[in-house]
Design a protein around this ligand. Sequence first.
Ligand code: HBI
Length: 353
Amino acid sequence: MKLLFVSTPVGPLGSGLGGGVELSLYNAAQEMLRRGHQLQVIAPVGSRNDLPVVQIPGNLQPIAQDQERIDPITMPENSLLANMWDYARQVQDQCDLIVNFAYDWLPFYLTPFFRCPIAHLVSMGSLSNALDQIIKQIVRQFPDTVAFRTKTQADTFAIEQQCTYLSNGIDLSLYNFCPISKQQLAWLGRISPEKGLEDAVAASQITNIPLKIMGKIQDDSYWEKIRQDYPNAPIEYLGFLSTNKLQEILRESRALLMTHRWVEAFGNVIIESLACGVPVISYSRGGPAEIVQDGKTGFLVEPDSVPGLVEAIARLDEIDRHTCRHQAETKYSVQALGDRFEKWFYQILKMRS
Ligand code: HBI
């Protein structure tokens, strides 16, 4: 197939601002190329160049989490999102399929105006009425061209039709299994209110187990408030690390704490943790509740319950770290992800032929 991937407009590919979508796009792209498909990526100026990327200029799109549910769709002047899709319009006749990775209104609205079929990967739960509406419209008009990460996430859009659930996948060769651990916990993710970092810090303070924090600080005031509220917590912020540096810290941890406030669509950090053999203690909310096998590869905790986190930490010796790695190998490898993407793509092309 001749594929055109259009990236998220919230930040250059590789900047970390696009969170899990960056990893998904990169892994899916690499896997499609490995399978012999032709592929081009449209992404913002400043994106990583270890993929065939066309870099497009323009003003970044405000992140959807910062908008209110009833807010109208906003478009900045010289919109990067609009510029990326104008380029896609120009080259569409050289493609078999365009794949949209943005969580934005415009790509969905443009779908009927394109001659080339467009596949949409929805990367977060429902956040905006206007976006929900256009997603439902495209699901109706172009069945099975819209995929979600998990069923739990798809349910937040109240979509009746059966949809594709892609889950996610990572290059397991980048994560080295570690059978033993140091006396430390890990927290990974964009440092932003919807990720609930303060609960992990509170659990670290109560158990007095050091917490290693890794990820992009997306909301400075939120991070500063956590530092002020927990001045004595044994925490250490290590920055936004490369996958290799990240797994060096993660693999030696007793567990990953997943303390998300919102319906996390999937939770890439969970499969990164499992790949290292590290159990996951997660709030039982959203995609993570479909991934963590309670009592086997980690623990599912009552959402927003810090005491629940502390109780789970006390039970960590019940988990066999080999079971964690095995779950990643069977379901979350790049090969398994590639199979799911490829099956979805062929399904769409078959329907269009
Ligand atoms: N916000 N407007 C907008 N568009 C995106 O593509 C987007 C976003 N916020 C976060 C985000 N993408 C990714 O970090 C998540 O999809 C994982």
